[in-house]
Structure formats: structure tokens, C-alpha cells
Design a protein around this ligand. Structure first.
Ligand SMILES: [Zn+2]
Length: 461
């Protein structure tokens, strides 16, 4: 564990003051609670599974230390807990009856429910992680479904985070694999930010960039060992997930950790892909397949010479706001999604003049930028091999998507977030359709032979 890195990240964090990661740290839950909340009463919030895994022990340790306790709040263990706003309301109303500080014991969904509920009560909380399954522990905001529509609701991150490696090692292996995929997605997220920065859409924060990108290869370098139960690989994964969460917290947006690969995931999430599976298709697994898809798109784009674009022709054929709105509406038929996608797409719309200016800049910077982005990137083959080694799905059929639906995700996912990504770059330079068609139909197209078996690519060193 790199304590210097964690301390540096905590200095920039707005909400989180204490991160404790290590084997056996569950034993220090009372100390962490005391440092963070003084003599306030505590209430464990868990589900039946996480209560058994760590919640009961947390409660006992607090009790033995003489801490005032309120009876735990326990969600049912089955079916798998869902991040629905109704659950936030139920929890909030129960917590309202006292002023105890919640200790959330669980992973993504449970943490998100508590995060939002305590925010509505103006109360702080801490979280005890039960799986290294995503980067949301320390992130700002909670991903909650409201009227069937998953969205990020604003709310501060926990004041303290405790992650006991012994507990995380015992989590279901798919959860660890999901966390790995969520972390590996920072590679394409970083590449997207490089483009957004160079084209003056969204400046890079150099400090937060380094916080996520500098150790990323180290955090993600041992997928097979992670799957085999290697403790050091788990430690790296956990550090990576917690630190990228802190970067999002400091930036007050997910930009440092989320790009086009997450837009694939968000689109599928909003359309309910795998939601009724048991357990439901995880965030990380969707991000993983999205990361391969985006790495493959990067591969097609980076082999082109974009320094000599016909800017006049691109400008002529660029849609007006009205045309864009029509196009976005036609592409999204899921209830509520069309409206949201129109709003997001218009928020990043540039007019033809703005486009020409951006493209001139791109042409000027292309050779240098291409090199920089290529250095940041992993090929689709490498990304796929790493994810497979970690035990993640690596293709559309494994997550229940047909090839046509998967192919359509490329253009549809571009529309659902205002974030500037490689999907926008491809559209603005006029190569979007060409590149996507090549991926599925060209002899060397990455998805063209996906159904057929192929040898695993070498893992990058
Ligand atoms: Zn994520």
C-alpha cells in the first residue's frame, strides 16, 4: 500500500478525511469512527449478506468499545439489492428517528443508498468495504434509479473509508473482476481527457491526472494473479479504486475516471441490460466490454492521418442544433432516455464555426497528439486479454447483446452524456461511421471475427 499516495489524495479530497486499507483493519473500526465522529452514536447499515460478512463484527467491536449503538438497519439479502430511490427514502425515514452516524457495510449499491440518504438528512457517514468491485466508495455522488432511470445524484463522499483486505479477498470473485474492469477503464478515460484537453474542451488537471494515470499500469498489471487470489494484486486494485474515487471527489466530476467506455456502460444500464440476471450484470463488466470497444475504436482512429482534414466539407455537412435534436430523439426510444439524451447532446453541441476552429487545431496538433494518445492507450487485443485474465466478459454475446445492438451502441452512447470523448472526435472528423463499419466488417476489424475463436493476445508487460 502506498501511503504517500493516499495521503496526497486525501489532501485534495473535499469530504473524505480517513482512508484505512490493510489486512485486519476491521479491528480498528472503533478508532476510525472515534477520530471521525467523536462520541456520537453509530448505526450499522448492511444487507443480510454484508451483515454476516463484516457488519456483525463491526457492530460487536463498536459495542465492546462502549460506543452507543442503534439497532442495525438491514436490507434483505435477496433479491440482490437495487439502487432504487425508494430504498433511499425508506432508509432515510428510518435514520430520521435518531441521530446516529451510519456505518455502511457493503459495496456499490449499499454505499450509494446510504450516501444519498444521509445527505438528505445532512449527516456524515463512514463505509466499510466488503468488495473491491467499483470505484464509487470515495466518489462524489450516488448512482440511483429514479422513475426507472439511473442517474448520478449529488451527495458528498463518506468521511471515512475502511477496507479490510481479508474481507475483500473473501468477496465473490466476479465482484473483484468487476472492480478490475472498472479500474482498467481509466486507460480509455485518460485518452479521452487528452483529446478534450488538446481541443480546449476540458482542461486536464495535471495533479489529478497523475494521481490516476501514473500508477494505473501498476494497479492493473497483474490480472491473472488477482484472479488466482494474490493478496498484493488485491491490495493494488483496492488502492486504485479508492484513489480514483478520491480524484473524482476532488474534481467534483467523474472526468478523471470515466470516458466513452463508461458511456457504453451507462447506456446499457439505462436500457436495463442484464438487470434481471441473477446477480444483475455488474457496472464493471459493462465498463470492461465498453473499454474493449473504445480501445478498438482508438485503434482505427489512430492509424488515420487527421492532420489534413477537409474542414470546409465537414463544416458544410455539420448538423444544426435542430437536426441534431431530431437525430438524437430518433435514436433513443427507451422512456425518459430520449429527453435526457437531447439535453446532454445539446450541452456539448458546437456550431459549424466552432467545429471548424476545433478541427483546425486538431490538424495542427495531430502528429504530436496521436503519439501522446497512442502511448496512453492499450490495444483492444491487450485490453481484452487483461480482462479475460481477470475473469471478466470480453464480448457482447457474454453480456447478452446481439452484434447489431452492440454496433449501434457506438453512436447511441455518444448522445447520452455531455462529456467530450473519442466518440465526439470521430463524429467531428467525419470518420465515425467508417471506423465503426471497419470494426465489424473489415478483414482486420476487431469485432469482425469475434464469434470465431481467436488466440489470446499477449499480456502487455
Ligand atoms: Zn465506473
Amino acid at each position: 500500500m502506498n501511503h504517500q499516495r493516499i495521503d496526497a489524495a486525501l489532501r485534495d479530497a473535499t469530504d473524505t478525511q480517513n482512508v484505512t486499507i490493510g489486512a485486519g483493519v476491521l479491528g480498528s473500526v472503533e478508532d476510525v469512527f472515534e477520530q471521525s465522529f467523536g462520541d456520537r452514536a453509530a448505526v450499522v447499515v448492511a444487507d443480510e449478506n454484508t451483515l454476516a460478512v463484516a457488519g456483525e463484527e463491526v457492530r460487536e467491536r463498536l459495542e465492546v468499545a462502549g460506543r452507543r449503538l442503534v439497532e442495525p438497519y438491514v436490507f434483505a439479502g435477496r433479491p440482490t439489492l437495487y439502487a432504487d430511490y425508494g430504498n433511499v427514502v425508506t432508509l432515510r425515514e428510518t435514520l430520521r428517528a435518531h441521530d446516529a452516524v451510519p456505518v455502511a457495510v457493503g459495496s456499490g449499491t449499499l454505499n450509494d443508498l446510504v450516501k444519498r440518504a444521509v445527505h438528505e438528512l445532512g449527516r456524515p457517514y463512514m463505509v466499510v468495504a466488503t468488495a473491491a468491485s467499483m470505484d464509487g466508495y470515495t466518489a462524489f455522488g450516488a448512482s440511483i434509479a429514479r422513475e426507472g432511470f439511473k442517474q448520478t445524484l449529488a451527495c458528498p463522499a463518506p468521511r471515512a473509508v475502511l477496507a479490510d483486505l481479508d474481507v475483500l479477498m473473501d468477496a465473490p470473485s466476479e465482484m473483484t473482476a468487476s472492480g478490475y474492469a472498472d479500474l482498467l477503464g481509466k486507460v480509455t478515460a485518460g485518452a479521452d481527457w487528452l483529446f478534450a484537453d488538446a481541443l480546449e474542451v476540458e482542461k486536464i488537471d495535471p495533479h489529478l491526472w497523475s494521481l490516476v494515470q501514473d500508477p494505473l499500469r501498476e494497479w492493473t498489471g497483474k490480472p491473472a494473479e488477482l484472479r488466482a487470489g494474490d493478496r498484493e494484486a488485491m491490495e493494488r486494485l483496492t488502492e486504485g479504486l479508492i484513489l480514483t474515487g478520491l480524484a473524482m471527489q476532488a474534481y467534483q466530476s467523474s472526468r478523471p475516471a470515466s470516458g466513452a467506455e463508461h458511456q457504453f456502460s451507462h447506456l446499457w444500464e439505462m436500457e436495463g441490460l442484464g438487470q434481471n440476471d441473477d446477480p444483475p450484470l455488474s457496472h464493471g463488466f459493462k465498463v470492461g466490454v465498453g473499454s474493449i470497444a473504445i480501445a478498438a475504436l482508438y485503434g482505427r482512429i489512430l492509424r488515420r492521418d487527421l492532420s489534413d482534414l477537409d474542414i470546409e466539407a465537414l463544416r458544410e455537412s455539420w448538423p444544426t442544433r435542430e437536426e441534431l435534436e431530431k437525430e438524437v430523439r430518433a435514436a433513443h426510444t427507451t422512456s425518459g432516455l430520449g429527453e435526457a439524451a437531447v439535453e446532454q447532446s445539446l450541452a456539448k453541441y458546437v456550431n459549424a464555426g466552432g467545429l471548424a476552429h476545433r478541427l483546425e487545431r486538431l490538424c495542427r496538433l495531430w502528429s504530436e497528439l496521436r503519439e501522446r494518445v497512442a502511448k496512453q492507450s492499450l490495444s483492444a487485443e491487450q485490453t481484452s486479454a487483461m480482462l479475460r485474465a481477470a475473469g471478466c466478459p470480453t464480448g457482447p454475446s457474454e453480456i447478452g447483446l446481439s452484434i447489431p445492438d452492440f454496433k449501434a451502441t457506438y453512436s447511441r452512447s455518444r448522445m447520452i452524456r455531455k462529456r467530450y470523448t473519442v466518440l465526439d472526435l470521430a463524429a467531428e472528423t467525419g470518420v465515425f461511421e467508417e471506423c465503426v463499419d471497419e470494426l465489424f466488417a473489415a478483414p482486420d476489424g476487431f469485432w469482425a471475427h469475434h464469434a470465431a475463436s481467436r488466440p489470446d493476445a499477449e499480456l502487455p508487460r
